[in-house]
Design a protein around this ligand. Structure first.
Ligand code: ITT
Length: 196
């Protein structure tokens, strides 16, 4: 039986090993009627200073290998006083020195400004690709706070949220202002118009 109001859902294939990220992305794309399928394959990541370039190369290589259009995201925390560190190395730094290591590096540092940045890449097997970016500004907290989210969320206080960290916000609150929310909403606007 045909459903009333049966606008066809669009599907996007998201390549990631980070299930927390996937949950956030699924929720953002749901608002646009886009269903996201997670492909949990280790993606190839080049070493580069640009998260856009890293995301683009990962998406292009995966699209060719899987013979599917795919979406990848590369994200990172860029701390002003550390000249943008850990930036593109955020995943490795999170796994090695972690949140406590960053707090130690920032101990006694007055300038606590930082940004989370996201680069979303969409690539087709033909080699065509698009990039969508988003960023959010805030401060690195003095101590870790909150138990929601993932990664560096407990030490990132976005501006305008009374000092609460990302780990103290609900997923929808975080998605409304996050680097990922901004980048994926740009992707979604483009994607629904492309496959309509
Ligand atoms: P992929 O498989 O999708 O690459 P990943 O966890 O390796 O998953 P990234 O390379 O994009 O993801 O992100 C690097 C790290 O930056 C990630 O492991 C987190 O520690 C941190 N990070 C990125 N986005 C974050 C967010 O929204 N909140 C907290 N930490 C974040």
């Amino acid at each position: 039986m045909k459903r009333k109001n049966s606008a066809k859902r669009k599907v996007a294939y998201f390549l990631s090993n980070n299930v927390n990220k996937f949950r956030e992305v699924a929720r953002i794309l749901e608002e646009y009627g886009i269903v996201i399928a997670l492909i949990r394959l280790k993606k190839k990541e080049i070493q580069n200073d640009s998260i856009e370039k890293i995301a683009k190369v990962s998406a292009e290589e995966a699209a060719e290998e899987l013979n599917l259009p795919v979406v990848t995201e590369d994200a990172g925390l860029f701390i002003d006083a550390l000249n943008g560190f850990p930036g593109p190395y955020s995943s490795f730094i999170y796994r090695t020195i972690g949140v406590e290591g960053i707090l130690k590096l920032m101990s006694g540092v007055e300038n606590r400004k930082a940004k989370f940045k996201s680069a979303v890449a969409y690539a087709e097997p033909s080699g065509k690709s698009r990039i969508f970016s988003g960023e959010v500004s805030g401060d690195i907290s003095v101590t870790a706070k909150g138990d929601k989210g993932f990664g560096f969320d407990p030490i990132f206080q976005p501006y305008g949220y009374e000092g609460r960290t990302f780990a103290e916000l609900d997923t929808d609150e975080k998605n409304a202002i996050s680097h990922r929310g901004l980048a994926f909403r740009k992707f979604a606007e483009w994607y629904i118009s492309k496959v309509r």
